[in-house]
Every structure is written in C-alpha cells, then in structure tokens.
Design a protein around this ligand. Structure first.
Ligand code: TYD
Length: 222
C-alpha cells in the first residue's frame, strides 16, 4: 500500500449472521471515541449511496435467480466504491476505520457458502481492492449451533419488517456450515491478521477481550 494509506488503522469485524458483531462494533466504537481516537464506522455491503443500492439488491429476499458469480461481482463493486469513497480517504487522514464485514465475508459466503472457492475471491480482491487488507480482523465465532439458532431467531423477528434483508438468512444449515468452515480456514491461514474471539461469552466479556486485543495492536502501531 502507498505510505499515506498506511498511517491509519483498518479494523474489520467478521462472523456469521447473528454472531453479535453489530453490538460489539458499536461498543468498541464508543470505547475508541472515549480514548480520543478519530474513527469512521462503516459496513459492507452498503455504507455509500451506491453501496446502499447494491445492498438492497443483494439482501432483499425478493431478489431471485441471482447467479453466484453475479453476487460475487456485486459484493466487490460495493467494496471498490467503499474503498474509494470512505476507507482510503479516512486511512490517509490517519483515522481508524471500523468496518462491519469485508473480503473475508466474500471468501466465507461466496467462496465457501456458494462454493465458488477461495481463489476467485483472492484474485478479485487483488484486482478490485488493490489488495487492501485490514490491519486487524476480529472474527466473532460462537459455537456453530448457537450461531445458527441466533440467525434463525433474527430471521423470525425480521418477518414483516418493512426493509427485507433476509436473503442470506434463508439459506440452509449446510450453507452456513460451509461459511463457518471457511472462516476457520481463513483464521488458520492468517493468524496474525485474524484474531478469533470466542463468541460464547457474555457481551461484556467479549467486549473486554476485544478492547484488550485492539489496545495491544494500536500500541504496536504507535
Ligand atoms: P448484514 O445484515 O449486514 O450482516 P449481519 O448479518 O452480520 O448483521 O448482512 C449482510 C449479509 O451479506 C450477511 O448475510 C453476509 C452477506 N455477505 C456476503 O455474502 N458476502 C459479502 O462479501 C458480504 C460483505 C456480506
């Protein structure tokens, strides 16, 4: 990466649907702000005006017959837009970017879940994201059965909600098993970047563990 970009700190959150990522992201953002850090919070898909339109298409369960490769391309189009509009400018200003999901999600969901494999994802990441990698990725991984149960509960609660974002939550257990396994594979492959957080503890315990990891990494950066 160019030197200007490396001044900031790029942190991503990953995990299965219903892993409690959003709660932890919010708590970490509050903690960082209280520490006086300048942060930018974003998510994928979405986060930009164009990205929000891509998100609606991708997550609405009325979107039918979307080919896996088309889905993959849309995830990367969304990401390329977010990098250009949000992530690179913020990193260049030395800010901390907290992003809810990034390319590991694509590798887990499209590479694993949709069985497109890792190679196409890694290749597209190089081509469309200039290989921009997070400095740190927190992978929240509750036990598989619990993740699935939480995702289902959320799915039921979301029924009847005006914004339908359930397309992925309608997938079956085998799909989620492949996503879970791919996340484990990524964590084994990149142990320095990806820190696995045991998602089976209380919200506060998970938060404390996350703070401990982030504190250390920010100290190393300084
Ligand atoms: P969202 O509601 O933002 O996430 P969460 O379930 O973590 O609250 O939904 C995003 C969905 O999109 C989620 O099911 C994972 C999926 N997704 C992919 O399949 N590939 C990707 O590259 C990304 C970023 C998300």
């Amino acid at each position: 990466m160019c030197p200007a970009v490396s001044q900031g700190f790029f942190l991503t959150f990953e995990g299965l649907d219903g892993a409690g990522k959003s709660t932890q992201l919010r708590k970490l953002a509050e903690w960082l702000e209280a520490e006086g850090e300048s942060i930018v919070l974003t998510r994928q898909p979405g986060g930009t005006r164009i990205g929000d339109r891509i998100r609606a298409l991708l997550l609405d369960s009325r979107t039918e017959n979307l080919a896996p490769r088309a889905e993959l391309g849309l995830m990367f189009s969304d990401r390329a837009q977010a990098i250009a509009e949000i992530i690179e400018p913020a990193l260049a200003k030395g800010r901390i970017v907290l992003c809810d999901r990034y390319t590991d999600s694509t590798e887990a969901y499209q590479g694993g879940g949709r069985e497109l494999g890792s190679k196409i994802v890694v290749d597209l990441h190089a081509a469309m994201c200039g290989g921009l990698q997070p400095d740190l990725t927190l992978l929240l991984l509750p036990d598989f059965a619990r993740s699935l149960e939480r995702a289902r509960r959320r799915n039921t609660r979301a029924a009847g909600h005006p914004i339908d974002e359930n397309r992925f939550e309608k997938e079956d257990e085998l799909f989620y098993r492949r996503v879970f396994d791919k996340y484990c594979e990524i964590a084994r492959r990149e142990p320095l970047r990806v820190v696995v957080i045991d998602g089976d503890q209380s919200v506060e315990q998970i938060h404390q563990r996350i703070v401990q990891v982030v504190k250390q990494r920010l100290k190393d950066r300084a």
